[in-house]
Design a protein around this ligand. Structure first.
Ligand SMILES: NC(=O)c1ccc[n+]([C@@H]2O[C@H](COP(=O)([O-])OP(=O)(O)OC[C@H]3O[C@@H](n4cnc5c(N)ncnc54)[C@H](O)[C@@H]3O)[C@@H](O)[C@H]2O)c1
Length: 333
């Protein structure tokens, strides 16, 4: 069973590739390197190019006729960029995904796992969601994910392909063996900002304390990226069984089931680092939302998967990765 990973030079895709390799599943990587890194593709077949490039996809399948499933992680993911350039984001994430799935169908690919996002949900009053919660994406980026899910469901309803959308919550951490991690030096999520504040010796900014959460700060479901990767391996192993009832597309949440507020994340961060960082409260940034966490047990029931890493371990691995990142990733020209 060989797995084609589109976007396999990125943060999550490269971690999935390592998890597959560790479990004896060979992988092939297709990535344009628009945000991904060549360093993350070493040790496995790598095709540099676009998912919409039909000739390239045909060549990959011709050279690897044993590809049994595709994991589609390729996307642009920066929410503010999607607000300023919706045309570019719909083209990159929706149009190219449509082209890609058409290329997959032409090459007889029958199984696809799609990297979706929990950002598509409308959270309930307690901020918990399950797969049946309402969809109410709050940004063009998140809407591209919701549109892709619907588009894939329509296609799988008639074409000979089955599609599993995995809705990720908030990935943190790095490959525990430190082969890969976040490419960005200054990630814009709360943990990235905490690491930045620590490195620069400045206070961390808590952006908004007026939410209806237990302490007023935003709430997230932080899932270790290695747990995410392990869930993909489990999904590949159980893929056909997920569709035994005749359905052709389905969705599963991938989170820990525990909501962590920004203030709680800060406490966890300070319990891990030697010298605690200070914090100041500022207003919310444009586009900020209160957040959500999963209350679903579907991943455990259907995949036999449960997250193993704590938030503190995710913080520890993010810090370890930040410390060695520049040794592994050569500066970009
Ligand atoms: N990081 C998160 O917080 C998060 C949360 C939920 C869902 N996701 C989804 O997970 C997937 C992976 O995200 P990530 O955090 O690893 O981001 P990333 O930017 O590190 O990885 C995306 C990869 O896709 C590649 N890519 C983009 N467009 C491409 C194209 N047209 N053709 C070929 N390659 C292309 C990039 O070069 C990059 O390597 C994305 O689909 C994203 O929407 C991420």
């Amino acid at each position: 069973m060989t797995i084609l990973i589109a976007g396999g030079a990125g943060f999550i895709g490269s971690t999935i590739a390592s998890a597959c390799s560790d479990e004896g599943l060979p992988t092939v990587i297709l990535d344009s390197l628009v945000t991904g890194r060549r360093e993350f593709t070493r040790d496995r077949p790598f095709y540099e190019g676009d998912i919409a490039d039909g000739e390239l996809v045909d060549r990959i399948f011709a050279e690897h006729p044993d590809i049994d499933a595709v994991i589609h992680c390729a996307a642009l993911i920066v929410v503010p960029d999607s607000v300023s350039d919706p045309v570019g984001y719909y083209r990159a994430n929706v149009t190219k995904s449509l082209e890609f799935v058409a290329h997959l169908l032409r090459n007889g690919c029958e199984r696809m796992i799609f990297s979706s996002s929990a950002a598509i949900y409308r959270a309930g009053e307690d901020f918990s969601v399950d797969e049946d919660s309402g969809i109410d994406a709050q940004s063009p980026y998140a809407r591209t994910k919701a549109v892709c899910e619907s588009m894939f469901a329509d296609i799988a309803a008639t074409a000979p392909i089955r599609i599993l959308s995995l809705r990720y919550f908030n990935p943190i951490g790095a490959d525990p063996k430190m082969r890969t991690g976040l490419q960005l030096r200054r990630p814009s999520h709360a943990l990235g900002k905490m690491i930045g504040a620590m490195e620069e010796g400045v206070p961390f900014q808590i952006t908004g304390t007026g939410y209806a959460t237990r302490d007023g700060s935003g709430i997230r479901d932080y899932i270790h990226v290695w747990d995410l990767a392990a869930a993909h391996v489990a999904a590949l192993r159980r893929f056909d069984g997920l569709f035994a009832d005749g359905r052709s597309s389905t969705v599963i949440n991938l989170g820990t089931g525990t909501g962590t507020t920004v203030k709680e994340l800060l406490d966890a961060f300070n319990s891990v680092v030697g010298t605690p960082i200070t914090a100041v409260v500022t207003g919310p940034r444009p586009g900020d939302v209160a957040g959500a966490y999963t209350r679903s047990d579907r991943a455990e029931r259907l995949l036999g998967w449960r997250p193993r890493y704590s938030v503190a371990e995710g913080i520890r691995d993010s810090l370890d990765w930040a410390a060695i990142r520049d040794e592994i990733l050569t500066p970009r020209a």
